[in-house]
Design a protein around this ligand. Sequence first.
Ligand code: HGY
Ligand code: MN
Ligand code: MN
Length: 422
Amino acid sequence: MNRPTLDDATLLARLRELGEVGRGADGRLTRLAGSAADGAGRDLVAGWMRAAGLAVTIDAVGNLIGLWQGSAPVGAAPVMIGSHIDTVIDAGIYDGCYGVLAGLAVIEALQAAGTRLARPVALAAFTNEEGVRFAPDMLGSLVYAGGMAPEEALAIRGTDGVTLREALAAIGYAGEAAPGFLRPHAYLELHIEQGPVLEHEGIAIGAVDRLQGISWQSFRLSGEANHAGTTPMALRRDAGLVAAQAIAFLREAIAPRGGTTLATVGTLSLDPGAINVIPGTARFTLDLRDPDEARLAAAEQRFATALRQLAEAEGVTVETTRLARFAPVLFDAGLVARIEASAARRKLSCRRITSGAGHDAQMLARICPAAMIFVPSQGGISHNPREFTSPRQLADGAAVLLDGVAALAAPPGPAGAAQGGS
Ligand code: HGY
Ligand code: MN
Ligand code: MN
């Protein structure tokens, strides 16, 4: 049995090939969950999984799971790795895809080394991690972990009015298997940091020990559309004004610079949207995050109170819709320690880090020990076509993932592989 060797060149080539799926004529990459581009991306990844001899299963919410049974005893709980391949709008090529494709590279390296398994290895590409089209985000892994019934998820209507059920059926990924059909022994997710910390500190590997809380809400403010030239300021019910005041309040009072609470209004629309009409309706979404649950709840409460007062003062009504709410998550200390030990063995600098972004790992942590491995993001940029991580850094992260899978699925001794690999 040889030492497993990762094929970094193929990993990079696949990342780039998948990164072209869903790229428009304008050069922007968008592969929203359940879109035709998502279907094409899934076909590509499922093809690579099958070529590696994995048994590919699609579950009822479209989660794509490849299983390498190898020499593992039938019925042994698998070690699960993976992430997602859906993207945001005008995305980079690494977010999510790196975790899935590095996971495939790890499996192929272990196979090529003739590794004997004590446990099978499952590779997952979860549905709708980004949540841009269907809320909440991490939807596929939430259902997989039992946090939402498949029927409820499939009935969710996207921003374009299409249900998840319709979208998955349209791309041929409305599967049969019951989400959660494989209960993992452990889950490890490799992901780009998407933030500035590792690069700023010159650290190669992030051992992610916690993930911050997330609150998503949408608001509809209703005032009165009226003539911009004939309506005195004192007689207006300007929904756009209240939205603008509320957004300013977020930065001034809820999430000032230097605090831990993060507030983002990523979508904002005024209706009817004409230069000479007072906006009768304003719609916006709010993404609030904080590593501390009590602070996150307090931020939600303070904003709700302020918005109500601002609206009352302008004679505007408020409708609030809850889109997502996930408490902060602590990852498995044993897995985090394994990640740190692997980095140390490989002489890679490493630090513990909190994830600012949501990830599928936070859902899998509900049903098994879970942790994440981060690699640096150049300039801390993500959810942006300038997202970049160097080939060296990508290879380092994949090597640490390889060590984790080898240790968990092929422990040393008669049944296992040689520890680690190059
Ligand atoms: O929003 C997030 O943090 C993740 O990218 N879905
Ligand atoms: Mn991601
Ligand atoms: Mn993302």
